[in-house]
Design a protein around this ligand. Structure first.
Ligand SMILES: NC(=O)C1=CN([C@@H]2O[C@H](COP(=O)(O)OP(=O)(O)OC[C@H]3O[C@@H](n4cnc5c(N)ncnc54)[C@H](OP(=O)(O)O)[C@@H]3O)[C@@H](O)[C@H]2O)C=CC1
Ligand SMILES: O=C(CO)COP(=O)(O)O
Ligand SMILES: [Zn+2]
Length: 348
């Protein structure tokens, strides 16, 4: 008997462009939500844009979170319950967006994503990435009901946040390879549509790299569109597989070993150079990934991340323990193999 089903959840309104923050209340109005919103944000985005968001929602309450984690999710859920909020507005980078995403799932209400940085591809996805102890959970949640990505705001954010977003997209190359490997070796379900979309998004970004330069709003536009596209690939897959493979496991491990040292996107970019070498060896495309990162001003070495070589190598050899996701790391890369891959590619 045929039993396959697909349920793809996507945002209803996606606004990307100059000054679209002014359309936020119109975009929300179209969603037929009820009750006041709770704005979930972190300190810098709140200082920069919080008041402009609240202008459109005079009855909104705000909760400011300092770090991601299940405690923050609980805080947001409690604040929403106390304020009788009808929905959440996530304002900021990946930290407040992932926290609001998961809290809205817990509360059974919708949320709207208002990114202030083009720094990662979770702004549209239906996955929430939450750290806990030594591990990190990629939790299924509903995607935002609407996304309002104002390129004027994104372009004013520090350039390194945009280059982190670029690197998060470039890591799709190796993420898709890991997914295909897991499909071949472990029979993990693979979506041709999601895999192709994720890979095409990375290719298009690399092809546009000459136009991605600091000080141009066009750059924020190109990167934001790629982040949306990558998030849609995750929604089609119903998993973060199209955009998260071994390079993300290494980054998640670095988050435990040296918290806050480097941006998520930068870590996954450098790690992708190494995992591409593990996939394909000396003649693989690791140098293309390195050059693409370099063209986009993203780091290509452990040192460029501000992380010492030994810590980076420790992350490579222990990354497979982060979660049950089969990748090129298999059941662990030996220290000698990690040193060979990272030195040959110039990462350490
Ligand atoms: N769910 C998913 O599919 C995905 C989730 N992620 C997750 O997202 C997180 C990474 O996202 P990232 O955005 O780097 O993390 P943060 O939200 O921590 O943002 C990074 C830094 O940028 C600051 N910031 C945000 N906007 C601006 C701005 N406009 N101007 C100046 N500073 C700004 C933040 O300030 P402050 O410190 O005040 O907050 C923070 O210091 C990780 O936890 C990662 O796992 C990443 C990819 C996909
Ligand atoms: O960062 C992500 C995709 O870019 C999300 O992946 P994770 O599921 O590994 O957190
Ligand atoms: Zn990522």
């Amino acid at each position: 008997m045929f039993e396959k089903t697909t349920w793809i959840k996507l945002p209803r309104n996606v606004l990307v462009g100059h000054g679209v923050l002014r359309e936020l209340s119109a975009a929300v109005e179209e969603l037929y939500l009820s009750g006041p919103p709770l704005v979930v944000t972190s300190p810098t985005p709140n200082d920069l844009v919080g008041d402009r968001v609240r202008e459109g929602f005079p009855d909104a309450e705000t909760v400011v979170i300092e770090s991601a984690g299940f405690d923050a999710v609980e805080r947001v859920a409690d604040a929403a319950t106390a304020a009788e909020s009808g929905y959440l507005i996530a304002l900021g980078g990946g930290k407040p967006i992932d926290t609001a995403k998961m809290a809205s799932d817990r509360l059974g209400c919708g949320f709207v994503s208002v990114p202030t940085a083009a720094s990662h591809d979770g702004i549209v996805s239906g996955r929430s990435s939450i750290p806990e102890g030594d591990t990190r959970h990629s939790v299924a949640a509903d995607p935002p009901l609407a996304v309002v990505a104002d390129t004027e705001i994104l372009a004013e954010a520090p350039w390194e946040l945009t280059t982190a977003g670029c690197a998060d997209i470039i890591s799709n190359y190796t993420a898709v390879k890991d997914w295909q490997l897991a499909n071949r070796l472990k029979n993990v379900e693979y979506s041709e549509y999601a895999g192709a979309l994720s890979q095409m998004t990375a290719e298009m970004l690399v092809e546009s790299s000459a136009a991605i330069k600091p000080g141009f709003e066009e750059s924020a536009w190109l990167v934001a569109k790629a982040l949306v596209s990558s998030g849609v690939a995750m929604s089609i897959a119903g998993s973060s597989r199209p955009a998260s493979g071994a390079e993300h496991l290494i980054s998640h491990r670095l988050d435990r070993l040296v918290p806050g040292e480097a941006l998520h996107g930068h870590q996954v970019g450098v790690a992708a150079i190494v995992t591409e070498y593990l996939h394909s060896g000396e003649r693989g495309e690791w140098a293309d990934i390195r050059d693409a990162l370099d063209d986009l001003d993203a780091p290509t070495t452990a040192d460029g991340l501000g992380i010492d070589d030994d810590t980076f190598l420790e992350a490579v050899t222990t990354a497979h323990t982060i979660r049950d996701r089969y990748t090129i790391l298999g059941d662990g890369v030996s220290e000698a193999a990690a040193i060979e891959a990272a030195t040959f590619t110039g990462v350490v």
